[in-house]
Design a protein around this ligand. Structure first.
Ligand code: FES
Ligand SMILES: [Fe+2]
Length: 405
């Protein structure tokens, strides 16, 4: 299966053709980007009400559930919503407001777990099934509702794509999930996600705007500079010119979403390739991800990243708390381990990756402070940061009511 449609250019082309991304995407412009979008409470309020309240939001995946008859909860601070995601005995996934119908108590308090029977409210014991039906009310005879159909959990519009669970709170969502995912959804339609397990999850609370955090991940320009972990691990991993400056192999806008790749032709010998799981030589083809490029990075609009490195998939969800705080949720997925060596390899990869991300975290917070200082009202973007321009264009378009590019 080939999942990369465009022809990968030779490294020579990459090196000699500078500014080609700006030239190929003239609609994105090449001017500076205002810092207002990272610091203004008014801007954030607009994103809250015009973007997050209307678009599709990924809450995680079926790998967050323990299987049939299980659940996980999420506190969606940006919209002031608490959510209960359930899987019933038949594997059907649903979402509800995590709010008891009786007096409004938070229903489930745990992050996740099994639920072989019903969800029982700890206040007065009302109980609900995985499909939201209220199945028990202690001393029910006291109440005045006509029947229990009035007192089920309040459902949230939910759709599952390749195991990823999305919700929307829009009452007039213009697009269904398939339309929202657009070309990115088509590209991964038959991707074998089911060979992947969820192995590691890191949550990092940062004092940074959610877009500052996404932007700083959505480029590799910084990788050879940031020391010590980035520089050490990445030496020779990405496409770069003779001076060691990184370059993109490929970039494309996929509707509201973006994709880029950058990988050196000598990737196989790099520290980075050895530090992330390349896969056990004994694995069969069914355990290898069908990737053409060993590094592919996608921003799934608005706040998710789905990316691949070697035989590992990592996803990020950036959860805005307010205009200057975000929780960066990181998940690492590997194919099922078959040997002890697989387990050691995973552990090594995950810890190296964690060290790398810790270096990024301090950068995100320093950028936020720099923007808030008012030293400059704008920032500059180079040609290989074209995907950052595209992401901000998608945000701007969405706020203006434009859904597809
Ligand atoms: S608030 Fe839940 S049972 Fe009373
Ligand atoms: Fe980084």
């Amino acid at each position: 299966m080939t999942i990369v449609e465009s022809q990968r250019p030779s490294e020579l082309d990459v090196m000699k053709d500078v500014k080609r991304w700006s030239r190929r995407n003239p609609e994105l412009g090449n001017g500076p980007l205002s810092t207002d979008r990272f610091i203004s409470p008014e801007w954030f309020e607009r994103e809250r009400t015009e973007l997050f309240a209307k678009t599709w939001i990924n809450l995680g995946s079926v790998r967050d559930l323990e299987g049939p008859n299980s659940f996980f909860t999420r506190d969606l601070v940006v919209l002031d919503k608490q959510i209960l995601v359930t899987m019933d005995a038949d594997g059907e996934v649903r979402s509800f407001h995590n709010v008891c119908s009786h007096r409004g108590m938070k229903l489930m308090w745990e992050d996740r777990g099994a639920c072989p029977r019903a969800f029982v409210c700890r206040f007065h014991g009302w109980a609900y099934e995985k499909d939201g039906r209220c199945v028990s009310v202690p001393d029910e005879i006291e109440f005045h509702f006509k029947d229990r159909s009035e007192i089920g959990l309040v459902p949230i519009t939910t759709a599952v794509w390749n195991g990823f669970i999305f919700v929307t709170f829009s009452e007039e969502t213009p697009d269904d999930l398939v339309t929202h995912l657009g070309p990115l959804g088509e590209k991964f339609e038959s991707f074998p996600y089911d060979i992947l397990e969820l192995d590691y999850r890191y949550d990092i609370a940062e004092r940074a705007n959610w877009k500052v955090a996404i932007d700083a991940q959505n480029e590799i320009y910084h990788v050879p500079m940031l020391a010590p972990v980035h520089r050490f691990l990445s030496q020779g991993a990405f496409a770069s010119n003779d001076d060691g400056y990184t370059r993109l192999n490929d970039f494309s806008r996929l509707g509201l979403h973006t994709r880029y790749t950058s990988i050196s032709e000598s990737y196989e010998e790099t520290r980075f390739s050895n530090a992330v799981a390349k896969g056990n030589p004994a694995w069969g083809a069914e355990q290898l991800l069908p990737l053409v490029d060993p590094f592919e990075f996608h921003v799934l609009f608005p706040n998710m990243v789905m990316s691949f490195f070697g035989n590992m998939m990592f996803t990020y969800n950036f959860w805005p708390q307010d205009e200057s705080n975000v929780v960066w949720e990181i998940r690492l997925h590997f194919p099922a381990a078959k040997t002890l060596a697989d387990l050691v390899s995973r552990e090594f990869s995950a810890k190296r990756f964690r060290d790398l991300l810790c270096e990024d975290k301090s950068g995100h917070e320093a950028i936020q402070r720099g923007c808030e200082s008012g030293a400059r009202p704008y920032i500059f973007l180079g040609d290989q940061e074209v995907q950052i321009r595209a992401f901000h264009r998608s945000v701007d378009d969405y706020l203006e009511g434009i859904r597809n590019v």
